[in-house]
Design a protein. Structure first.
Length: 380
């Protein structure tokens, strides 16, 4: 029973950690990404006229629409160069409760029309050695363009450039930190000569509406030419990886539980051998094979349910202590969280209990069958 309880406790604790990590990933990305993202199925850009945007605003449940132009560009700051993903956003970008998690330094504005500003991921800022206190240095953005003549020797016709003032840094997730900078939409739109062209729209769902229902409504309104993705779908690969790791760990610990159940198998087998004479007496008194098998199966069930219940209680206590006191640290001094995040997902407890009980009962079947084969004529 002790082995079953320890295995069950380990399953509860590990599954809760994976649930906590999944929530942490969702929470971090929600600080940078939108609840819903609209992007073209084919091509890079689409035309977003004011009438077209107003029609989307009329969709029930849509509260805020942020226009986005996103592309790769070369950054230069005081002689340092770095290729990054420039994300130009409209003025209402911060109405989506951005940077509510993670770290942020500096000013949460993107400047003015005359003096546009930029907010950089910490990795990009470190690569460029940007100093927010140096107000005399600007960040230059270079973007390639098609020259008017293919035979031109003028390098100025091969790219367009614009300057912004570094206003702040953000740190959310390493991939985002090392890749993205935010700039005003009007600045980047003029730099790329995009006019009404956009690469994506980011939607905020009004309170009282479910994201899934609004997603379906927007999809129905826009048709098959546009993809409407929720937060999980925007990072489907990462979320899928965490869930796959969780499944693999669950199967691994279940296999360890199966190995631990060999103790039950051997214990009941030895009990059946030691009690042969007693079993023979029972059979001589009229006990049927089903009764003998039932005795041993009930013994296995008692071990299974006792171990499962004890393990679940211990696992819940351990998870509760981790959540409140942070018993096990991540070991990262500058991490977003100090200790391993945990969350109880109640369906997981059902699957764990089912696995524990099933494996333990299977381990009890063979000893029960052996006990039922005792011949009273040979033993008495």
């Amino acid at each position: 029973m002790v082995g079953v309880a320890i295995s069950t406790m380990a399953l509860v604790a590990v599954m809760s950690v994976f649930n906590g990590l999944e929530d942490l990933i969702r929470g971090l990305f929600s600080s940078f990404d939108s609840e819903l993202q609209v992007s073209p199925v084919a091509g890079k850009t689409f035309v977003a006229s004011e009438e077209w945007l107003n029609a989307i605003r009329e969709v029930e449940g849509v509260e805020v629409i942020t226009e986005v132009i996103e592309d790769n560009a070369l950054l230069e700051y005081r002689g340092n160069q770095h290729i990054a993903r420039v994300k130009a956003v409209s003025d209402n970008y911060f109405d989506h409760e951005r940077f509510s998690k993670g770290y942020f330094w500096g000013d949460t504005t993107l400047g003015t029309t005359i003096r546009p500003g930029a907010i950089l991921g910490r990795g990009v800022a470190f690569a460029l050695s940007i100093n927010l206190d140096d107000i005399n240095s600007v960040l230059t953005i270079y973007y390639p363009k098609v020259p008017k003549s293919a035979a031109t020797l003028d390098p100025n016709q091969l790219y367009t450039a614009g300057q912004v003032e570094p206003r702040g840094f953000f740190s959310i997730e390493q991939g985002v930190d090392n890749e993205y900078i935010l700039v005003p939409l009007d600045f980047f739109k003029e730099m790329l000569s995009y006019d009404q062209k956009r690469t994506a729209l980011e939607l905020k769902v009004a309170s009282g509406y479910s994201i899934s229902s609004v997603q379906e409504a927007v999809e129905a309104h826009l048709g098959a030419e546009f993809a409407v993705k929720n937060a999980d779908e925007q990072h489907a690969t990462l979320i899928r990886t965490v869930k796959l790791e969780k499944l693999v760990v669950f199967l691994t610990l279940t296999f360890i539980l199966a190995l631990a159940s060999f103790n039950i198998f051997f214990s009941l087998s030895m009990l059946a051998i030691e009690k042969k004479k007693d079993l023979a007496v029972l059979k001589s008194m009229g006990a049927k094979n089903s009764l003998i098998r039932g005795i041993f199966l009930k013994q296995g069930a008692l071990i299974a349910f006792s171990g499962a219940i004890l393990g679940l209680i211990l696992g819940l206590l351990l998870v509760g202590a981790q959540e409140k006191f942070g018993l096990i640290s991540l070991g990262i001094a500058s991490g977003v969280v100090d200790a391993y995040p945990v969350r109880i997902h109640w369906p997981d407890l059902g699957w764990i209990s089912l696995a524990v009980v099933t494996i333990t009962l299977l381990a009890s079947w063979r000893p029960a069958w052996i006990a039922a084969q005792v011949d009273p004529l040979e033993e008495l």
